[in-house]
Structures are given as structure tokens and as C-alpha cells.
Design a protein around this ligand. Structure first.
Ligand SMILES: O=P(O)(O)OC[C@H]1O[C@H](OP(=O)(O)OP(=O)(O)O)[C@H](O)[C@@H]1O
Ligand SMILES: O=C(O)c1cc(=O)[nH]c(=O)[nH]1
Length: 213
């Protein structure tokens, strides 16, 4: 198994172990995009597990060093990307910023907090990519300040083709530590999901916008 494949499996296993993954096909979750889903991956739970959040930060650092070795600034997306960005920036000895979903309506009216100068090479850290809308918006806010976004790195992706197309169109590379395929494989291997649950998860994934419509 390649190192990247083993990270994907390990991270999926950590998310399952700490109870970050919630299944509720009978009462689907509503995502930020409005998509109704039988699954919600609450990566915020990682904050409460020091050993696991540190392993995740190590995996982020390794990925950034391999994929974006010229990174100068680590940017967290508000809110769930912020703590991870802080741990990564600390491990790498790099400056950190964070990006609000919109500019504040008071004070300095910033969307980006922290110091960022034109031309700086930035890696955007997100906890999770569904449609990719939130992380791409953050990346574009950084670009609007004249900085150079090397890419987006997230803990997890649902691997929607639409999300990939969105990043490709915007010319923003992205990569994730783990993903839906790996999560289902580990959950199945560990007997965490029943064949019926697996079937719902596989079928929903084929048409996530209309499955519960
Ligand atoms: O790829 P997308 O379709 O944009 O969805 C993913 C986003 O949704 C969640 O954030 P949420 O909006 O729940 O806010 P939070 O980070 O403040 O919890 C998650 O943390 C990502 O930022
Ligand atoms: O798309 C979302 O809003 C979303 C999905 C998910 O699984 N987890 C999460 O935190 N947000």
C-alpha cells in the first residue's frame, strides 16, 4: 500500500473510532449546500482528541510538504478549518491566517484575519469538501488579496465529480487526506455498517441532490 493510501485508510479509521461519522438515513441531514444526506462527517470532533488531531496535523504537514513545498502561509477556513490550520502552522513554523465566509460588518470589516501580503504563497486548509463551494470561496478571497493560492488541502472529501470540476475550472488544485471510498471500505471491513446501510450510502452517492427529494 502506498503511503498516501495508508494515510487515507488511517484517517478514515480515526474518524470512525472517535464517532465523527453519523448515519441517519431515516432522517437525512441537511448540508450547508442544501443537499440531504444519510451521512454527516463531523470532523470538528477531532478537536477533542489530542492524539488523533496531532496525527491528522502530521498527515496534513506531510501532504503540504509533498504537494505544496513552497507554502509560506497556512490559511484556515471558518470555522471548522481554523483549528487544523493553527496546529499545522505551528508544526511547520509558518504564519497562519483565517478566512471568514464573509467580511465582518464592524471593526476592520475583514474577511481575512491575520497578515497577508501580495504574492505570498498560501495553502488553504479545510476540514471537509462536499460541493467544494466553501473552500473554493475561501481560496478566491485569498486570491482577491493578491496572494497566490497553491492549493486546498482537506481532511475528507465525498469525491463528488461536481466538486472536482469546480476546482478544475477555478484552476485551484485540491487534495484530501481521506475520502468517501476509503471511509466506506474501512466501515465495512470493521463491521461498522450493515450491508443495508452500505447499500443506501452507495446509492445516495450516485445522485446526492435527488436521492431524498
Ligand atoms: O464543500 P461544501 O459544500 O462547501 O461543504 C463543506 C463545508 O461545510 C461545512 O461547513 P459549515 O458550513 O457547516 O460551517 P462550519 O465550518 O462553520 O461548521 C464544512 O466544514 C465545510 O466548510
Ligand atoms: O456539506 C456539509 O455541510 C457537511 C457535510 C458533512 O458530512 N460534514 C460537515 O461538517 N458538513
Amino acid at each position: 500500500m502506498s503511503q498516501i493510501a495508508s494515510i487515507a485508510k488511517e484517517v478514515a479509521s480515526h474518524l470512525l473510532t472517535i464517532g465523527a461519522v453519523h448515519l441517519r438515513p431515516e432522517e437525512p441531514f441537511t448540508w450547508t449546500s442544501g443537499i440531504k444526506s444519510p451521512i454527516y462527517c463531523d470532523n470538528r470532533i477531532t478537536m477533542s482528541h489530542p492524539e488523533i488531531r496531532s496525527k491528522i496535523a502530521d498527515a496534513f504537514v506531510q501532504t503540504i510538504r509533498e504537494r505544496f513545498p513552497d507554502a509560506e502561509v497556512i490559511a484556515g477556513t471558518a470555522t471548522a478549518g481554523i483549528p487544523h490550520a493553527a496546529w499545522i502552522a505551528d508544526k511547520m513554523g509558518l504564519p497562519m491566517i483565517y478566512v471568514r465566509d464573509k467580511a465582518k460588518g464592524h471593526g476592520r470589516q475583514n474577511q481575512i484575519e491575520g497578515s497577508l501580503t501580495k504574492g505570498q504563497k498560501v495553502v488553504v486548509i479545510e476540514d471537509l469538501i462536499s460541493t467544494g463551494g466553501s473552500s473554493l470561496k475561501a481560496a478566491q478571497a485569498v486570491q482577491a488579496e493578491g496572494a497566490d493560492v497553491l492549493g486546498v488541502v482537506a481532511i475528507f472529501s465525498y469525491q463528488f465529480p461536481d466538486a472536482e470540476a469546480l476546482f478544475n475550472e477555478a484552476g485551484v488544485p485540491f487534495t484530501t487526506l481521506s475520502n468517501y471510498t476509503e471511509l466506506l471500505a474501512v466501515a465495512k471491513e470493521q463491521g461498522i455498517i450493515t450491508p443495508e446501510q452500505e447499500n443506501v450510502l452507495v446509492e445516495w452517492r450516485k445522485s446526492p441532490r435527488t436521492f431524498f427529494a
